[in-house]
Design a protein around this ligand. Structure first.
Ligand SMILES: Nc1ncnc2c1ncn2[C@@H]1O[C@H](COP(=O)(O)OP(=O)(O)O)[C@@H](O)[C@H]1O
Ligand SMILES: [Mg+2]
Length: 363
């Protein structure tokens, strides 16, 4: 008897919507079908605007929530056509929603993942589980990262220490060490600064394979300036987002430097690699990369140079395509909700308790 769940993830890169169809009826989740749908330009632009700090307009928020839900529903319909199944065959959609603000620190912490989930449920004719981060935050946690519980469920080894590094707009690391509690945190920028710079040069949406970065020289002065951000001296639990690592951050960091564009790209790539490498404890020799940054060859060369003793794989080596790990994690969180299993790891997020995450939206 299959246990089919759809996972929907659209991350901080704003490159589009990742969808998976996963069967959880056996211990190892089976990826049945997957699909990537790019955002319409106007929707991407509005989401980008909403995710910038400042005064946002409520009218835009309402309209964008509805439009995003319809984009998710249309993408889900396409996924089911690819998989040749009907909505009735799917138990639920686990939908992350689009983060437009994440403020995990301070007395009144909050996090917003938008999308009209009732509309998604009605238009797709499938129950939706969403709002995964709020309960963890109410319990004093960061509400992030949530992927470590899934990483633990599918990637942990009884004998080997492993780090799973998801390089999306922001990068996060999960440390899986036999006999020790799982730890996980956002290491800092993954692709977001590299993407911003590349786009600002009018070269396209991202630096394919890190080729532009590879053509530039590493600039130590800029690298040192980038490192000055207090986020990197904080210990976990910690999480971050676009409200921090954004265009204003980059512009401020570049103040006073006049450098060839390729050198900046090279240095930003190195910076992502260094912040990832510096966050890993000694003794973790097996690294498994996922997320779009797993395809950036320059970033991988830098990681290898910084961690000469480590072997760098993609999660493919553990049976899951690096493109679909995050969306699968949200399908898994919907499955965990149905099984009444905790979705957070308090040692990762800092919440006071492990708890079932999510809210159900019926159609
Ligand atoms: N072939 C590639 N070479 C370099 N970078 C890539 C490649 N493919 C994807 N990326 C990077 O991955 C990003 C998308 O990653 P993704 O895991 O979807 O992040 P998010 O979860 O934040 O949306 C792109 O914006 C780009 O920076
Ligand atoms: Mg993405």
């Amino acid at each position: 008897m299959s246990q089919l769940y759809v996972g929907i993830m659209s991350g901080t890169s704003l490159d589009g919507i990742d969808l998976v169809l996963v069967d959880f009826s056996s211990p190892a989740p089976q990826l049945i079908e997957s699909l990537h749908c790019t955002f319409a330009d106007s929707l991407r632009q509005q989401l980008f605007t909403l995710s910038q700090p400042g005064q946002n307009e409520i009218e835009t928020l309402g309209l964008v929530e509805a439009e995003l839900a319809t984009a998710y529903a249309k993408a889900t319909a396409r996924l089911l056509v690819k998989a040749q199944i009907t909505p009735a065959a799917v138990k639920a959609i686990g939908c992350h929603g689009q983060t437009i603000r994440h403020r995990p620190d301070g007395r009144f912490s909050f996090t917003y993942q938008i999308g009209d989930m009732f509309r998604l449920a009605v238009e797709s004719q499938i129950r939706v589980i969403s709002q995964f981060r709020q309960k963890d935050m109410a319990l004093g946690g960061q509400g992030a990262p949530l992927v470590p519980a899934f990483h633990q469920a599918v990637f942990a080894s009884p004998t080997e220490q492993r780090a799973v590094i998801n390089i999306g707009g922001i990068a996060n690391a999960t440390l899986l060490r036999p006999g020790q509690p799982v730890t996980g945190f956002d290491t800092g920028p993954g692709n977001c600064l590299m993407d911003l710079w590349y786009q600002q040069q009018g070269l396209g949406s991202y630096d394919q394979d890190g080729a532009f970065a590879a053509s530039g020289q590493l600039q130590q002065g800029l690298l040192q300036t980038l490192w000055q951000d207090p986020y990197f001296s904080r210990t976990g639990p910690k999480s971050t987002g676009r409200e921090h690592f954004n265009q204003s951050w980059l512009t401020a960091a570049l103040q006073g430097f006049t450098l060839p564009a390729a050198d900046v790209q090279r240095t930003l790539t190195r910076f992502s690699a260094e912040t990832i490498a510096a966050s890993l404890p000694q003794g973790i020799a097996q690294l498994y990369l996922c997320g779009g940054g797993a395809y950036n060859s320059q970033l991988k060369r830098d990681l290898k140079q910084l961690l000469p003793q480590a072997t760098i794989h993609s999660t493919k080596a553990l049976g899951i395509d690096p493109n679909w790990v995050e969306a699968m994690a949200f399908a898994w969180l919907a499955f965990a909700y149905d099984q009444k299993l905790p979705g957070n790891l308090p040692e990762v997020t800092g919440a006071s308790a492990a708890t079932v995450l999510g809210v159900e939206f019926s159609y």
